[in-house]
Write a protein that binds this ligand. Structure first.
Ligand code: GDP
Ligand code: K
Ligand code: MG
Length: 264
């Protein structure tokens, strides 16, 4: 079985990778870029783990970041470990939401729980799990705390496909439905996710789909909606609107799951 580590830069991916895998790891480069590709055997002999470049969103800004998006779309893995920094959840969960929307089997490693605690931020993993529809395991990747449990959970019973659905507002929901109807029926990837990523301007998704379809009508529909959204809500772009709607959702989840001790 193959598992992959997705997360923002500096959230502890490599620390966790080193704990979960045997000392020997294959190191090479991803094709076309200089980013290091690390593959290790899980220490429980249940499969391999891939350490991916850190990203803030599935919509890549660079060719290096595109490695993670391409890996996700190629779908050669059995499950995803999404590592998030418990002290920076509002920012980290922009990526989480997009991974959950993709719908692959996923588990969340809630890392830096020591840092969060020292800042007075207490995250309830059960409540977070309830809201997101996937298992959440609190860890401290620097010391290894909780990592055994995470490793034990890397199986079919504990990796879940989330069914969360962010409401992007009536204009975008209509646009998503229109785009879904225009997508090739034989794509194996979740069509709502594809539509949302196209609206967000994801060039990896677009390039991949452009081999099988024409974009003239989709481009027109997106441009038209963007003008409406900008006029109506005063945002700079349709991407900014998607970001804002995700943030509203994340904030509502955090209001339910996180206690902050202000005196810390
Ligand atoms: P990556 O960029 O996601 O691969 O993150 P790294 O594994 O390189 O970790 C970034 C930094 O955070 C390093 O200095 C780690 O030692 C530190 N770090 C990782 N996990 C934890 C943790 O749970 N708690 C604390 N305090 N530091 C951590
Ligand atoms: K790093
Ligand atoms: Mg790293």
């Amino acid at each position: 079985m193959e598992f992959a580590l997705f997360g923002n830069p500096n959230t502890g991916k490599t620390s966790l990778f080193n704990i979960l895998t045997d000392s020997y790891a294959y190191v090479g480069n991803w094709s076309g870029v200089t980013v290091e590709k690390k593959v290790g055997d899980l220490s429980n002999e249940k499969g391999q783990l891939i350490d991916l470049p850190g990203i803030y969103t599935i919509n890549p800004l660079s060719k290096d970041e595109a490695v993670a998006t391409e890996y996700l779309m190629n779908g050669t893995f059995h499950g995803i470990i999404n590592i998030v920094d418990a002290s920076q959840l509002l920012r980290n969960m922009q990526l989480t939401i997009q991974l959950l929307e993709f719908g692959a089997p996923l588990i969340i490693g809630l890392n830096m729980t020591d840092v969060a605690k020292s800042k007075g931020i207490l995250v309830d993993p059960e409540k977070l799990s309830e809201k997101l529809g996937v298992t959440v395991v609190p860890i401290i990747a620097r010391s290894g705390h909780g990592c055994d449990k995470l490793l034990k959970h890397l199986d079919e019973q504990n990796l879940h496909r989330s069914s969360i659905k962010i409401d992007y507002g009536p204009e975008i929901e209509k646009l998503i439905d229109e785009i879904i109807k225009l997508l090739p029926s034989y794509s194996k990837i979740n069509r709502r996710w594809l539509a949302i990523q196209l609206i967000d301007g994801n060039f990896v998704v677009r390039n991949k789909l452009s081999e099988m379809m024409d974009f003239a009508l989709i481009d027109y529909l997106i441009k038209d909606s963007e003008e409406k959204i900008k006029r109506q809500y005063g945002v700079k772009s349709i991407s900014q609107w998607l970001f804002k709607k995700r943030q509203d959702f994340i904030q509502s989840v955090l209001d339910y799951c996180v206690t902050e001790q202000k005196n810390k």
